[in-house]
Design a protein around this ligand. Structure first.
Ligand SMILES: Cc1cc2nc3c(=O)[nH]c(=O)nc-3n(C[C@H](O)[C@H](O)[C@H](O)COP(=O)(O)O)c2cc1C
Length: 189
């Protein structure tokens, strides 16, 4: 698949089959994260892999999926089977942290997808409890979590028609409205 096709095919996955994601595949996503663009090439991010089932269970209880659509939330039997905690190194402070995170997480998600693994970036997480659970040192600040696993759902992008909220259509298909190039392109002088 071309990079463009992979980018267009990627949708957030929130329900997963209960199969482990191979460690080597997770390591490849970290390698991809390390290759992401970074403001001033400061590379302020660190990552922690969460693969052990008991730890995954604890993480699952401290994150929140699909705030606007309860039916899209995974049950414990549909929970992610791996996580990557994205951590900001306070010793490498940068005003562009969130831009770096975005580039890095997209690399992670696309690299995972190329191998058939879906994912969801999560900002709705219990930062305090997760930081304590991970025993993070003072200089590492939890930024977000990427949930990963083999998809137990499909999702399609549809053109934006007035509402950005994702939804299930009348046939039970999961749809994600996306603004089109025509809707976002602005003419300038
Ligand atoms: C920074 C960031 C934080 C997000 N946090 C959450 C979250 O806490 N829970 C969740 O279910 N999805 C979360 N998402 C996923 C978005 O809801 C999803 O990207 C959006 O609905 C568009 O769907 P798509 O990724 O399939 O294009 C987050 C996405 C980003 C970029």
């Amino acid at each position: 698949m071309s990079t463009f096709d992979l980018i267009c095919a990627r949708r957030t996955i929130r329900k997963f089959r209960q199969e482990p994601v191979p460690h080597d595949l997770l390591m490849r996503t970290i390698e991809a994260a390390c290759m992401a663009p970074s403001a001033m090439n400061r590379q302020p991010l660190k990552y922690a892999l969460i693969e052990e089932p008991e730890l995954c269970k604890k993480v699952f209880s401290l994150i929140r999926f699909a705030g606007s659509l309860p039916a899209a939330r995974p049950t414990q039997q549909e929970a992610p089977t791996a996580y990557i905690a994205v951590l900001a190194d306070r010793n490498l402070d940068t005003p562009w942290l969130n831009a770096d995170v975005g580039a890095s997480v997209q690399n992670i998600l696309l690299t995972a997808l190329e191998q058939g693994v879906g994912g969801c970036q999560l900002g709705a997480i219990d930062y305090e409890a997760l930081s304590a659970l991970f025993g993070l040192p003072e200089h590492l600040k939890l930024n977000s979590i990427v949930a990963l696993g083999y998809p137990a759902m499909t999702a399609q992008a549809v053109p934006f028609a007035g509402d950005t909220k994702y939804y299930y259509d009348e046939d039970g298909a999961f749809k994600v409205p996306k603004r089109t190039p025509q809707q976002v392109l602005i003419s300038i002088k």
